[in-house]
Design a protein around this ligand. Structure first.
Ligand SMILES: NC(=O)c1ccc[n+]([C@@H]2O[C@H](COP(=O)([O-])OP(=O)(O)OC[C@H]3O[C@@H](n4cnc5c(N)ncnc54)[C@H](O)[C@@H]3O)[C@@H](O)[C@H]2O)c1
Length: 371
C-alpha cells in the first residue's frame, strides 16, 4: 500500500503522523511511504532522515492526498485538507468528531474511510491511543508547575525537592489516573511531598501498592480535598469523568485558603477544567493569576514536547497502521475488534454511534460495513 504523511497545519501543531523510523517499518513490510517535504521539521526530522529510512519526499500535501491510499496524521484534517480527501482513501488520525459538525459533514461527503485514534479501544475498555498523551501531560504538569512556582513566574519561590535542611514543596494531585500517576511519579522523583487524591478505591489501592511510602493516597472527599489544596504549594488537576465535563473541585472561595503564590495546573482543562477559576491558555502565555494563585491551563500540553509526543504516539499508532497496510482496512478491522471501534466514517456513513447521535446522522454499525 502507498502510505503518506503531511506537515500538520493546525496552529502550533509540531507533531507528525509518521516518524522516519515508522516510515522504515512500513517500508520494511513492502509498503511505499510518501512524506510531504518538511513534515518532520517540528520534531527535528529532516527530509534526508526520511529518505534514509526508505521514504519518498513529495513537494506538497496535495501530492500525498492525491497519491496515497492511506494518510496518517496527528490532528483532524483542516478544511483545505478535507477538500483533498477522496472516496476509497483511508484517513488515520485524531478526529474528535462529536463536537465538530463541519468536519463530520466534510468527511461524510468525501466518501473517505476515517479511523479515529481516540475511539480505538484496548482490553478493559481503555483508550490506548489517548494514553501516551496523558502520560506526557502528567509528566509535564510537574515541570510546568515547578517553573510557575519560581518568583519570576509569579510563584511563591519554592523548590519542589527542597534542599538538605529545608522541607520539600507539597504537591496535591487530584485524580490518580494516567495523568495523575505520571505527575506523581515526577513529583516523587524530584523529592516533593506528594499526596494523590482519588474517589476510586481500586485506584487508591493500586497507587498505594506502587508508591508505598513515597507518596500518600487520600480519598477525595470534599473535606480532604479542601485540606490538601490549602496545604499545597502545587495542585495538579487530573480528574476525568468519562463523557462529562470535569467537575469544579476547587472553587474560587478555596483559593482564599491557599498560600499566596501557590500554583494550580489544570490538566483537565480540555474537558472544561476542574478548578472554578480556570480558563484555557496557550504555550505562548501559559499562566494567569487569580486571587494571588498562579493558574497554568494549557489545553494541548503535549504540543510543547512535540518530539517526545510524536514518538510516544507512533509507538501506539504504528502497529495498527501496519495492520491496515498489510491486510487492507477491512480485513484489519475484521481481525481486530478494538481497531474496528476506531472506524467513525466510511463511504458517506457515520459508523460511530455517539457521533451519529450527537450530530443527527443515521448510525450504521461497523459490523454492517464489514459484512
Ligand atoms: N491539557 C492537556 O494537554 C491534556 C493532555 C492529556 C490529557 N488531558 C486530560 O487530563 C484529564 C485526565 O486524564 P486521564 O487520562 O488521567 O484520565 P483517567 O481516566 O486515567 O483518570 C482520571 C481519574 O480521575 C478520578 N476522579 C474522578 N472524579 C474524581 C474526584 N472527584 N476526585 C478525585 N479523582 C477523581 C478517576 O477515579 C480517575 O482515576 C482528562 O480530562 C484528559 O482529557 C489533558
Amino acid at each position: 500500500m502507498r502510505v503518506g504523511t503531511v506537515r500538520e497545519i493546525k496552529n502550533h501543531e509540531y507533531r507528525v503522523g509518521l516518524t522516519p523510523e515508522s516510515a522504515r517499518e512500513l517500508a520494511a513490510h513492502g509498503h511505499e511511504v510518501w512524506v510531504e517535504s518538511g513534515a518532520g521539521l517540528g520534531i527535528g526530522a529532516s527530509d534526508a532522515d526520511y529518505v534514509r529510512q526508505g521514504a519518498t519526499i513529495v513537494a506538497t500535501a496535495k501530492d500525498v492526498f492525491e497519491g496515497c491510499e492511506m494518510v496518517v496524521k496527528v490532528k483532524e484534517p483542516q478544511a483545505g485538507e478535507r477538500a483533498m480527501l477522496r472516496e476509497g482513501q483511508i484517513l488515520y488520525t485524531y478526529l474528535h468528531l462529536a463536537p465538530d459538525p463541519e468536519q463530520t459533514a466534510d468527511l461524510v461527503k468525501s466518501g473517505v474511510t476515517a479511523i479515529a485514534y481516540e475511539t480505538v479501544t484496548g482490553p478493559g475498555g481503555q483508550l490506548p491511543l489517548l494514553k501516551p498523551m496523558s502520560q506526557v501531560a502528567g509528566r509535564m504538569s510537574i515541570q510546568a508547575g515547578a517553573t510557575a512556582l519560581e518568583k519570576a513566574h509569579g510563584g511563591r519561590g519554592v523548590l519542589l525537592g527542597g534542599v538538605p535542611g529545608v522541607m520539600p514543596g507539597k504537591v496535591a494531585v487530584i485524580g490518580g489516573g494516567v495523568v495523575g500517576f505520571n505527575a506523581a511519579q515526577m513529583a516523587v522523583g524530584l523529592g516533593a511531598d506528594v499526596t494523590i487524591l482519588d474517589r476510586s478505591p481500586d485506584v487508591l489501592e493500586r497507587l498505594g501498592i506502587h508508591f508505598e511510602a513515597r507518596a500518600k493516597t487520600r480519598f477525595s472527599s470534599t473535606a480532604n480535598l479542601a485540606e490538601s489544596v490549602a496545604e499545597a504549594d502545587l495542585v495538579i488537576g487530573a480528574v476525568l469523568i468519562p463523557g462529562a465535563a470535569a467537575p469544579k473541585l476547587v472553587t474560587r472561595e478555596m483559593l482564599g485558603t491557599m498560600k499566596p503564590g501557590a500554583v494550580l495546573v489544570d490538566v483537565a482543562i480540555d474537558q472544561g477544567g476542574c478548578f472554578e477559576t480556570s480558563h484555557a491558555t496557550t504555550h505562548a502565555e501559559p499562566t494567569f493569576v487569580v486571587d494571588g494563585i498562579v493558574h497554568y491551563c494549557v489545553a494541548n500540553m503535549p504540543g510543547a514536547v512535540a518530539r517526545t509526543s510524536t514518538y510516544a504516539l507512533n509507538n501506539v499508532t504504528l502497529p495498527h497502521a501496519l495492520a491496515i497496510a498489510n491486510l487492507g482496512w477491512k480485513a484489519a478491522l475484521k481481525a481486530d475488534p478494538h481497531l474496528a471501534n476506531g472506524l467513525n466514517v466510511h463511504a458517506g456513513k457515520v459508523t460511530f454511534e455517539a457521533v451519529a447521535t450527537e450530530l443527527g446522522y443515521d448510525y450504521v454499525p461497523v459490523s454492517e460495513v464489514l459484512g
